[in-house]
Design a protein around this ligand. Sequence first.
Ligand SMILES: Nc1nc2c(ncn2[C@@H]2O[C@H](COP(=O)(O)OP(=O)(O)O)[C@@H](O)[C@H]2O)c(=O)[nH]1
Ligand SMILES: [Mg+2]
Length: 336
Amino acid sequence: MEDIIKTDSNILSELEADAATDVDSMISDDIEVSDSESLQEDELQSGFLPLPSGRALSLQETYDVMASENTAVIVLVGPSGCGKTTIESTIYQLFQREKLENHLFAGSKTIQGYEDRSFYTRINSRQEIATTPRTSRGVQEIFLHLRLFNEDKKQIANYLFADLSGEEIQAHIANVGSLAKQMPFLKNADSITVILDGERLANKYRRNGVIEEASTMIRTIFDAGLYSVSTKVQLVISKFDIISASDDSTISCFIEDKIKELQSLITRYIKNVTVHEVAAMPHDSSFTVGFGLESLLSSWDYEPRYLHSSPQYEFDEPIDSEFNKLFYKLRGTTHE
Ligand SMILES: Nc1nc2c(ncn2[C@@H]2O[C@H](COP(=O)(O)OP(=O)(O)O)[C@@H](O)[C@H]2O)c(=O)[nH]1
Ligand SMILES: [Mg+2]
């Protein structure tokens, strides 16, 4: 009797040992790693696509976004140092804290692009002397991407931002044909956002230059026919904290007059012009970070030209079917 019991327990422990080896081999990292390495090589050979880098997108790469969902293309123009990159990266950073004007962050294909640009201007640190790096990039990779959910309209819209310095535009001024050819997205831009450097506007020796540069840029773009009937223009006075700190009424009178002149210049081409005072990264602590950016964001709102999906689409089936819930989720809307 004792022998039988012994034998049984021997069998049992053998079985346990076998099972343990199986589990060991199943969870062994070594085997996993070597398998997956050889698999990866095979996959690469059969032409697998690399993962997206998250960096700024090329024009080619924006087509996927534009073809799949409603998309607004926004081109920021202004001379180097006027504050374009700071406006773009501060908007992204503000979304990490809260919603902006009923817009909720719903993703970005260019997180790395934003992080690169935000590195020097973290709003949490609010550096005394903020040092946004000169935009360094491949000529092709110029679009930053935001996907936002509009709570009021219950709609998802994509925003593609390109910033062009005066110098880049200047380089094409001599040949209007080349401006159209090299920057075809300008023609289809939903918004052209002209940035006037508030720091230079606050300096009476430099302020005339700001207005001259802006009107040259506006004429260049519009004379080349790079706009459509639905294009909107925003005139943005950046670094408004500096203007406000100067406390000089002649500056505000000058700005008011010149803005009117620029507005009437633009309305020769298009009607939809708005003016915005912005301090994206104020040095003066009496201004909040991102001052004026909410109103600017609203002015960029997507307005349908070609509808990708009908926002009011209704189902015959009961609303709570699992399929419908999935459909609403994919579409980026809720069913309320
Ligand atoms: N005082 C102040 N400085 C700003 C503001 N926005 C940007 N700047 C500074 O202006 C400089 C140029 O900004 P940047 O965004 O790189 O200009 P870009 O060349 O047009 O992209 C940087 O040193 C920023 O810190 C602002 O709202 N207030
Ligand atoms: Mg820049």
